[in-house]
Design a protein. Sequence first.
Length: 283
Amino acid sequence: MIWGDAADTRARRVWSGLVLTVAALVLTTGCVATATEARSVAEAAIEPTPEASPVPTPVSTPVVIPSDGPIIVGEQTVSGVGPRTEERVPLAVPAAARSVLVDLSCDAPSHFIAELGDAMMLGQAPLSGECDGSRTLAWPWTYGSSGMLWLSIGPEVGWTLSVTYSSEPFVQDADLVEECEAYSQVYSQVSNADDGYGFYAAFGADEWNTRVDAAARAAAALADASDTSLADGFAAMRDVLAERSPIPGGMTEVQEFWEVHRPIAETCAWNHTEIAVYAEFGG
């Protein structure tokens, strides 16, 4: 196994999937100034002072709701280039909206992370993946939601958000909710084993192995009982934990661990069932 995966630090936090990739994606862009010819004082004095271009206000397109069911209540298109690390994309969300759907397209291959408002506060999740147009990003729109979309994407990559506002509430997959919450326990077992052995020196190598063995058995049970697309991921995690390197204390530093964990975490996030760490040490 490959140790010391530079793309995945062992920072302890409550939310897992997002932090693993965001540091590599949040970039900044610069501005290029345009030079002008020098003019005399007299020439400059007779020219009007240029006014700043007004910042366009986002406007949604209202759509009549058919009487036979909840449909689209507004649409909006926003385009840009490169990462938006400090400024956010303002969305004009109609009052009747109950969910926000976004089709993201890019003019070059790029990984992205998108977050609508404060995901942690709302009990939702940032969404991430490849900008290939294969999936529609979706968020619930509830009391406390913010119309500011944070988007991290590759530098110099042109992107377009085609936003649809629906009066239909976002519906979580109940099976995924259950399985993602169960997987949080498996992930927590591994994280606590690493922290307890390495960072806090609370126990030795035998206890670390015992805890990781227990996590492997739990992953196997999840794989056997799963009724969702996560079944193969749980089985792969079982194998990674069972076939681990004999060096204790660094399971969450093994590249193969993250290669299996990431797709599970992404699937759970798109269902807005974020993987959580139930920390045994610290705090």
